[in-house]
Design a protein around this ligand. Structure first.
Ligand code: SRM
Ligand code: SF4
Length: 598
């Protein structure tokens, strides 16, 4: 019998139920089969194996070291002290650390099959959820991290909660499998949108019924939403399937510009796959925004490619339909709702506001740098696990996970500042002030040893690469210049490398494709500069770029602006530039000219 496709698995799953419960009830099974693994993603978990052990186990003809990754969702990265403490305590049922994600979620790795139910139930009882953290549905909604009390930020956070609520999948399978049927709505699913919406979307017992938004087939592929407030693009809004940017009139949010079609996954050498930045679609008044989001999600549901998963993201749907036809389709799904042309949305940076800041209501927040988003106690280094545990336990302060995988400690009364500082110092948590601007904003995806798709190291490699960057930057006096470096272990692009100044994309062990020429504002794609750089050659490879920048920049010019001015004429890379390195392309073009002339 041929292997069922993902579409068939979804269709036959009875509301994403499958036989997950039976699989987990059978203690003799060490892992689940492919179909159950597909469904498990919608519940917020991935089956993985320890790749550090894989080769030795294979050699000994032993089974892989199976375990599960569990991903918690929290719109805008908001997590209370109690919820943090619950995640902290759940670490004992995992490999022992928490991994902050660059979509403001939290992952636990290495959860054994027998512990998965307890971990998911624990997260749900904390008031958060893992439902829809992965799978072909709307994922965790991102929102600006900084808890500054102003109208735009308050509304962006509320919107992220409304969107999360609207796009939760509806089936009792989740409660039945993980919570023994108990209904637990996460805190943010209690937000009232309006009575009609609430009545339609609140969790119901719909055992085999069709999901009101997703139908029986759910979406063709994952779907990501982010909200950004100018000029800070911390959520990397142009990398999202669907982005929102608020506009204020008389100090109140009047409406949002909507962007669509961002997405970063590609495959090395497969010319029909590539990253895209989102493009403007419409401007919509605030009251109609969640409905507009639903019109876009259902357009993708109905027009997305369901035969080729590599072409199923909304970025390809828009390329196939054309942005004008896509817009017309969305508008046709919004009868009676007025839409307007998108407004300009210039941004300045994707950075977090690291360090201490005022919230604007008399309280303070402190954004703490977390190396590679890994909350662990490092031998001879920062004791992140103990530090945040103590702050949550003793000071009861809420946290916010940032899109650059750092932690904001929020709602700090001025008289608590010294206590926070003391706990950070006691646990050797570094202050971002002494760091290069590059280190402050750099990010790597998880990759080895847990990610089944990684081709090279990323989280474990970037700190060393940053040491090399740091030493060149300090030597050249560029330590305060914002130069965006990102790394991923494979071309799927989880570390968002394709809009960085320098993006390292894993090809093979110790080998990276080098993309150069994105932008610190996240609004320009980088092109493939060198197909394969050995890990050991990275420092020598980047040095000439930094030297040329130092020599050629005008006063105050960022690396991104300099590269655009001198190397690409400010133009985005052509589609083929994601696959063919610049030198090779230049040669080929020169060859074509010779042929044409001859
Ligand atoms: Fe991702 C798959 C980790 C953000 C694009 N991503 C994966 C998996 C689940 C591997 C797998 O499918 O077996 C990784 C689990 C590794 C592990 O061991 O933990 C994984 N992705 C991550 C995280 C944890 C990286 C991080 O360092 O933070 C991020 C989780 C965010 C979250 O909380 O939901 C994460 N992934 C991203 C992003 C960035 C973003 O969303 O802002 C992208 C690029 C944007 C995009 O989606 O286009 C991204 N991940 C992918 C893709 C490529 C999708 C595509 O369109 O081709 C895959 C592979 C896939 O879906 O087939 C993937
Ligand atoms: Fe894994 Fe690749 Fe994503 Fe990194 S980019 S986490 S290696 S899928």
């Amino acid at each position: 019998m041929s292997k069922a496709s993902v579409e068939e698995i979804k269709l036959e799953s009875q509301g994403l139920r499958g036989v997950i419960a039976e699989n987990f009830a059978d203690a003799a099974l060490t892992h689940v089969d492919d179909a159950e693994n597909v469904l498990l993603k919608f519940h917020g978990s991935y089956q993985q194996d320890d790749r550090d052990k894989r080769a030795a186990l294979t050699k000994e003809k032993k089974e892989k070291a199976w375990s599960f990754m569990v991903r918690s969702k929290m719109p805008g990265g908001r997590i209370t002290a109690e919820q943090w403490l619950i995640h902290h305590d759940l670490c004992v049922l995992s490999e022992g650390s928490l991994r902050l994600t660059n979509r403001q979620g939290i992952q636990l790795h290495g959860v054994l099959k027998g512990n998965l139910k307890a971990v998911i139930a624990g997260i749900c009882r904390s008031g958060l959820t893992t439902m829809g953290a992965c799978g072909d549905v709307v994922r965790n909604t991102m929102a600006p991290a900084a808890p500054i009390k102003d109208a735009a930020r308050a509304d962006a956070q509320l919107l992220s909660e409304e969107l999360s609520q609207r796009f939760l999948w509806r089936s009792s399978a989740y409660a039945d499998i993980w919570l023994d049927g108990e209904k637990i709505d996460p805190d943010w699913a209690q937000v009232e949108v309006n009575p009609d919406v609430r009545a339609r979307t609140v969790a119901k017992d719909e055992k085999a019924a069709e999901d009101p938004i997703y139908g029986k087939l759910y979406l063709p592929r994952k779907f990501k939403i982010g909200i950004a407030i100018q000029p800070q693009n911390d959520v990397d809004v142009f990398s999202q399937d669907l982005g929102f940017v608020p506009h204020l009139v008389n100090g109140e949010v009047e409406g949002y510009t909507i962007t669509v079609g961002g997405g970063f996954g590609m495959s090395h050498g497969q010319l029909n796959t590539r990253p895209f930045l989102a493009q403007p679609l419409l401007y919509v008044k605030r009251a109609n925004l969640v409905d507009a989001a639903e019109a876009i999600v259902t357009t993708q549901r109905d027009h997305g490619n369901r035969t080729e998963r590599k072409h199923a993201r909304m970025k390809y749907t828009i390329q196939t339909m054309g942005i004008d036809a896509f817009r017309a389709e969305v508008i046709s799904r919004l009868p009676g709702i007025e839409t307007f042309p998108a407004k300009p949305i210039p941004f300045a940076t994707v950075e977090d506001n690291l360090g201490w800041h005022e919230q604007g209501d008399g309280k303070l927040f402190c954004a703490v740098y977390v190396s590679m988003g890994r909350i662990t106690n490092r031998e001879g280094g920062p004791q992140y696990l103990d530090c945040f545990n103590e702050i949550a336990r003793d000071l009861k302060l809420p946290f916010i996970i940032t899109p650059n995988t750092n932690v904001i400690i929020a709602e700090i009364a001025p008289e608590q500042k010294a206590a926070v500082e003391a706990i950070l110092a006691k646990h050797a948590v570094p202050h971002a002030d002494g760091m290069t601007a590059t280190r402050r904003v750099a990010h790597a995806c998880v990759a080895l040893p847990t990610c089944g798709l990684s081709l090279s190291e990323s989280e474990r490699a970037l700190p060393g690469v940053l040491d090399e960057f740091d030493s060149i930057l300090r030597e050249l006096g560029l330590e305060n210049d914002p130069i965006l470096v990102r790394m991923t272990g494979c071309p799927n692009g989880c570390g968002r490398p394709y809009n960085a100044d320098f993006g390292f994309v894993g090809r093979a062990p110790n080998k990276y494709a080098l993309f150069v020429g994105g932008s610190i504002a996240g609004d320009r794609l980088a092109g493939l500069e060198i197909k394969s750089v050995q890990r050991a050659d990275i420092a020598a490879t980047i040095r000439p770029y930094l030297e040329a920048y130092k020599a050629g920049r005008t006063a105050g010019e960022t690396f991104s602006a300099w590269f655009g001015r001198t190397r690409t004429n400010g133009e985005a890379p052509t589609p083929e530039q994601f696959h063919i390195e610049l030198a090779e392309r230049a040669e080929r073009l020169a060859g074509e000219k010779v042929t044409a002339a001859g």
